[in-house]
Design a protein around this ligand. Sequence first.
Ligand code: NCD
Length: 467
Amino acid sequence: MSLTNRSLVTIDDLSDGEMEALFSLADEMADYPKNQTELCHGKIMASLFFEPSTRTRLSFEAGMLRLGGRVITTVDIGASSLAKGETIADMAKVVGSYADIIVIRHPWEGAARVVADYAGIPVINAGDGSHEHPTQTLCDLYTIRKQRRTIRNLRIALWGDLKHGRTVHSLIYALARFDATILFCPGPGLEMPEHVLRRLSSEYKGELKKCRNLNQELNSKLFPIDAVYLTPSSPHQLAMLPDINVGVELKAGVDALYVTRLQKERQAPTVGVQELKKGYPVVDKKLLKAKEFKKTLVMHPLPRVDELTHEMDADPRSMYFKQAAYGMPVRMALLALLLGAKEPTIPEEKDSFIRKTDYPVYHRDSGITCPNTNCVSNQETEVRYIKPEFKIVSRQPLTLRCIYCDHELHPQYVASSEWHQRKLENKKYHSADSHFAKKIKPENLIVFASKDEAKAQQFRPSSYVRQ
Ligand code: NCD
């Protein structure tokens, strides 16, 4: 399938084969960076960075220039019409009429999706709040591929702020697709969000093992493992093993340790950043002395603050500056593909692992909103043009996933739009976990945030409502 005119909003917008094709093209770009100057001649990239950036913005811009294209840019919300109250959608339509491709970074989760919906040209998500950062994942995987010659069956430890770090969120889904064993090593209170973990086990069908009660000694000897995720193709199913065997897992060595900084700008105002800093785990030479890390690649999306000591820079295992350098060929390849300047040769897709992504979509106005206050659907409030929209990812328990930010909600009350002869007295609502509720077809489903919301819409409780 061609990548021309497509957008990259989440890492799931690329199939495994498309990622591999992109990496092959990135090799070409890395080997001959100066030979690509005609590829995007005459094309314009709009680079809209409404949050700080060094690597992502400059590697996109340098990449576009090396492809022979041009760049228009804005780096400050205050200097754009968003500051005057313009909606993201209006901005997207306007920029879409000036440029051939948009690269956007924005503090709101789901903002890149809205831009992609309205721009009419390909859009690349360069980071949307804590949600995703798919091009960083491409750089990360490309780095591992360069060092290890494969991105399959890896053992990776994700370290630091797993709650707010968008790079780890995109990376984790990609790793799961490539059959990784993932060790979670968060700072205290910065664990991987529940919705991400649920998605790992429901969609990628792996085994997730929480390690909170794991042998303390084992934890302190190595590092603070909070959970382990194993993809189904792994030879053993962790859930069947006693806890201590996580140690056995580790003895086999870790391919990469992916360190992230404390995302202090994304903490809730009630959270004490100083406290978080005190408990934040640090990666240094001492930690990496253990034989499990002898061949471990030390990775970091950068910028680092103090979670990764500078003494590591001279260590041959340290990959972070290479990771940043690979940003340019990887992003050049991506731009060339989305702009149709190159057609990829996509390797045959493995069908051994099929994810369920064709969920029915829920988009009624029945009072439910995304639970994530930083979601674009809750932020663009002055003009309510973004209707909350959700994928119905499970009926038991009823689970709706926001199409913008992936946060989930579990509504307690439901009704069917197929009430008899549309008579008001037949408008009944039910408990979402009742036997009757499960029979409602997705296209007829109405969900309510509360009993009051159901009442406000003139529904009365059925006998299937728990008191
Ligand atoms: C990351 C980001 O912006 O999410 N930086 C990057 O793009 N390389 C990581 C971070 O800011 O911590």
